[in-house]
Design a binder for this molecule. Structure first.
Ligand SMILES: *Cc1c(COP(=O)(O)O)cnc(C)c1O
Length: 338
């Protein structure tokens, strides 16, 4: 255990750990897994990832449980999504086993960096993959590097789960209807920065993006999925430009388990006025309850009050209980690594 560290003070920042795992793809085949303590990569200045954004990533967490065991949450789902992203970018597609093995190996070999139970902190895993072929033309990469590294990260809500204010922006879109919004690729985030900064300057913590074709329907909230709750229903946007969040998938299941009905469908902006609760969801925070939504173009305000909704809180607690071994893992989401 890294005894000199104040785990509860950690933020969401990169912190050096002992090792990372790598695979290289070249001449049509993957290398064996290589474990290294090197934090740097050497590549050609003409590498395809640097010029044409041939890059993808994933984010998942390992938790130290109440029983002392270390659980990796839904690793296979993250790896399946990584494979879908690779396919979309014409990168070589690694096998599920390759990436799952790398994640497990990275957790095991960095055991002393796994935050203790009760600190609210966790070990965040960041698989990344990118094209490394040197060249000038726009064409698929023939060579790639896949790295899985990790970093301990702090609890998202240091003083308990708390609602955020967000703003609807129609001036910039996150993703085109048949673009790359449904895969976790770097370009999506580069193009979202400017609207995010604009919202933050106005005092909002994030942007709600609408569908790019009509600007009528809710898509995502920053780099998180959106959900609303009303009349015993958990409702979340259906769109082919929304990233399929594994947290949202888990919350939908837990909502069903709690007796809520689940609807995957288009959510018109005006429907925001009818929700009892709404929130953003993703690995980082599980749920960020939304207290207020401001529409920057129409000046309409949707106000949910600055307290956390009862159903959102129940879902948030339930998922955390499973991740920390306090509740039965009925759906088989956790891989016990240590
Ligand atoms: C990563 C991400 C999410 C959340 O996905 P999880 O698997 O729940 O972490 C949602 N939206 C976007 C745009 C993302 O990049």
């Amino acid at each position: 255990m890294d005894n000199n560290l104040d785990w509860s003070a950690l933020g969401f920042n990169y912190r050096k750990t002992d090792v990372n795992a790598r695979y290289t793809f070249t001449e049509g085949k993957w290398s064996e897994m290589v474990i290294t303590d090197d934090e740097y990569i050497k590549m050609h200045m003409s590498a395809s990832c640097l010029h044409y954004g041939i890059e993808l990533f994933e984010g998942l967490k390992a938790f130290r449980g109440v029983d002392g065991k270390v659980r990796l949450f839904r690793v296979r789902d993250n790896v399946e999504r990584l494979r879908a992203s690779a396919e979309r970018l014409c990168l070589p597609v690694p096998t599920v086993e390759m990436v799952v093995d790398a994640c497990i190996e990275v957790v095991k070999r960095n055991e002393r960096h796994i935050p203790p139970y009760g600190s609210g902190a966790s070990l965040y895993l960041r698989p990344i993959m990118f094209g490394t072929t040197a060249g000038l033309g726009v064409r698929p990469a023939k060579d790639a590097l896949l790295i899985v590294y990790c970093s301990p990260v702090g609890a998202y809500f240091k003083e308990g789960i708390k609602p955020i204010s967000v703003a609807i922006d129609r001036e910039q879109d996150r993703a085109a209807p048949r673009g790359t919004g449904d895969v976790k690729v770097g370009g999506n985030y580069a193009s979202s920065l400017l609207s995010g900064e604009h919202a933050r300057k106005l005092g909002y913590s994030n942007v709600i993006y609408l569908d790019a074709a009509e600007h009528k329907y809710i898509e995502e909230c920053g780099a998180a999925n959106f959900f609303g709750i009303k009349e015993g229903k958990y409702i979340t946007p259906k769109s082919n430009s929304v990233l399929p969040s594994i947290t949202n998938k888990s919350l939908r299941q837990l909502a069903r388990d709690m007796g809520l009905e689940v609807e995957d469908r288009k959510i018109p902006v005006e429907e925001l006025a009818t929700f009892e609760e709404c929130g953003a969801c993703g690995t980082a925070a599980i749920i960020s309850p939304i207290g207020k939504i401001f529409d920057m173009q129409t000046n309409v305000v949707y106000d949910y009050g600055m307290k956390v909704g009862e159903k959102s809180l129940a879902l948030y607690n339930k998922l955390q209980d499973i991740q920390h071994g306090r509740a039965e893992d009925k759906h088989g989401w956790c891989t016990i690594v240590l």
